[in-house]
Design a protein around this ligand. Structure first.
Ligand code: EPZ
Length: 417
């Protein structure tokens, strides 16, 4: 079994280049289907999620060429087909093919898996939105058939500012007859990236990034290019490492507005950093104040940085509170932190973190993507050797994480054990 092996305690110094955002790329690739021509997506991260989505595009007879980080997708001969479970179950984001194929063909037939480690991950808001656009949803087991004689613009209120539902409904509405308004829309940066891509194809979307998005349906979508925005969660993960071990550690590719909540919390903790031209320089903070973290929808503190941040809180001088409000199960990493010597008491989605505690290297498990990132951070600051198993979770969301950390001085490698 492949494991990540870390010898902790090394200073991190040098520059880490941030890759394209996973949570943007996994929506941009399915969105390409809506074009009747060729589109190119630049700065696509080299992660397994990318390859899984390309497999589905090729199943639909789209032509794909990958040149470094530039993904060219020729949609001239694409066809609507049933997406089998063995492909759709590889990643949650395959659900974007629902919105894209429905938006293009008024019909989509695909298997879609249920939950995963961090929660039930329902898609009721997506399906309700499709129905409000005039589609009929039928399913048996995990196979969904969503079809409409004609998609008509509608005003859709989201009970929860869901990122996935916001994007999926944009995809379904771009060619609907008339105007769609999504209210209580999610405001995450990735949504703006997708809306820009669609507008570059000829769509008429305004308000992306605010909680009210307007989409005026158009007949046809054509050629377009787009660049994937830098990954704010990858950047935040490395910024947290810099606060713990940095020596003039530079993180290149940070859009300040995308990481404002994190930077504000780090300032409260006493972390010093400077940010210039999308490069942040950060140093280890010798004495950190305890704080409270509550994850919220954007622009609140991002849920995907809650687990990485909880590791930093084990090093603050006092008791911190960490509350996860987005997912029902994002505490899978806590038992491994406690095994390493942390003092954390969990009650549902609340954790009381008593610091500072000295962490010892241990055998630990990555229970999900961001829990895995938390294990890497814990291993980097622990005394001795940490061995992380189930590393596929980590590698699917952090491009070249081993090389990026080795290049700034971390003693980290992947070994077959
Ligand atoms: C996206 O997931 C991200 N994934 C998640 O990142 C991220 O945690 C999440 O947004 C919140 O920011 C991708 O973009 C691929 P949601 P998504 O719809 O769209 C409930 C990572 O680590 N909900 O905003 O699935 C849901 O159960 C991943 O990179 C419904 O109830 O998130 C959850 O409690 C993890 N019904 C909450 O909303 C629905 O129809 C947030 O979901 C949809 C969602």
């Amino acid at each position: 079994m492949k494991k990540i092996i870390i010898q902790g305690g090394e200073e991190l110094s040098g520059t880490i280049k941030i890759s394209g955002a996973k949570n943007s790329a996994v929506a941009l690739i399915p969105a390409a289907i809506l074009s009747d021509d060729e589109v190119t997506i630049y700065n696509v991260p080299n992660i397994s999620d990318r390859d899984a989505l390309i497999e589905i595009i090729e199943l639909l007879e789209g032509k794909v060429t990958l040149d470094q980080d530039a993904l060219k997708l020729d949609m001239k001969n694409i066809k609507n087909k049933v997406i089998p479970e063995e492909l759709s179950k590889k990643l949650r984001a395959s659900y974007y093919f629902m919105g894209a194929l429905l938006g293009k063909y008024n019909k989509v037939e695909m298997y879609f898996p249920g939950g995963c480690n961090i929660g039930a991950r329902p898609i009721n808001l997506h399906l309700k939105g499709f129905e409000m656009l005039g589609a009929k949803v039928t399913y048996d087991c995990d196979k969904y058939i969503i079809e409409a004689d004609e998609l008509k613009g509608a005003r859709i209120y989201l009970d929860f500012a869901s990122v996935g539902a916001t994007i999926n409904l944009m995809l379904a509405a771009v060619k609907a007859k008339g105007t769609t308004v999504i209210s209580n829309a999610a405001r995450e940066a990735e949504i703006v990236n997708i809306a820009t891509f669609l507008n570059n194809m000829g769509a008429k979307i305004t308000g992306a990034g605010t909680s009210e998005i307007k989409i005026v349906g158009v007949e046809k979508l054509g050629k377009a290019i787009i660049e994937v925005i830098p990954d704010r969660i990858e950047a935040g993960t490395y910024i947290i490492m810099g606060a713990l071990l940095g020596k003039d550690l530079k993180i290149d590719g940070v859009i300040k507005e995308h990481v404002e909540a994190l930077l504000s919390k780090l300032s409260d903790i006493g972390v010093k950093y400077e940010i210039k031209n999308n490069v942040i320089t950060i140093n280890k903070c010798e004495s950190m104040n305890p704080i409270n973290i509550k994850t919220l929808v954007f622009p609140g503190f991002p849920t995907d940085l809650g687990q990485p941040m909880s590791v930093l809180l084990t090093q603050t001088n006092g008791t911190s509170l960490f509350e996860e409000t987005i997912w029902e199960n994002r505490m899978g990493h806590i038992k491994y932190l406690n095994k390493m010597g942390a003092k954390i008491i969990v009650n549902g989605s609340h954790a009381v973190i008593i610091g500072p505690t000295k962490l010892q290297g241990k055998d630990v498990v990555a229970t999900d993507l961001r829990a895995g990132a938390a294990m890497v951070i814990a291993g980097l600051i622990a005394e001795g050797e940490t061995r992380i198993s189930e590393i596929k979770h980590i590698l699917r969301g952090y491009e070249d994480i081993i090389e990026k950390l080795q290049n700034v001085g971390a003693k980290i490698e992947i070994k077959e054990i």
